[in-house]
Design a protein around this ligand. Sequence first.
Ligand code: URA
Length: 170
Amino acid sequence: MNNRYWAFESIRNPSCRKCRLYRTAQVVCLVGVGPRNAKGMVIGEAPGYREEELRKPFAGKSGKLLDRVLLDVGLNRKDVFVTNVVCCRPPNNRTPEPDEISACNEYLMKQIEAVGPKYILALGTPAVQTLTGKKAIKISKVQDSVLPGPNGSQVVTSYHPAYILRKPVY
Ligand code: URA
């Protein structure tokens, strides 16, 4: 694995039992992928079916939309590190519970520390809450904002692509 495509196997803990999600996930502790020293990081919610299958965050329909939107603003997916607040797929793709997000925080922070991004694109409410530390914040109230994030990063906020796919605006 080279510097451009780095899945953090050293951070990953496939034996993790810190929350209930290991019982139902097909892949336990699916960490992010991207260049080690990426300036930009994208953080979503949790892996889904396709992500488990390909062992890569944002590999399904949401990922395709993400790739298009990144290209629209001049960014290639290969140049950003992409991960999730929760590393195991929740049953039926439900939103991760607060205790599951807390249990997984160690893995998220290790990835952020290792990559050291300047900018983090937070997709959806769980990512925005986790990265700003503001537990009551909702993406509908802070969409398209720049907020202070971990490790001196700047957090850019957006609706999650899955939400856009469910409620397209033409
Ligand atoms: N949705 C997410 O939040 N993350 C993924 O990896 C895929 C879909």
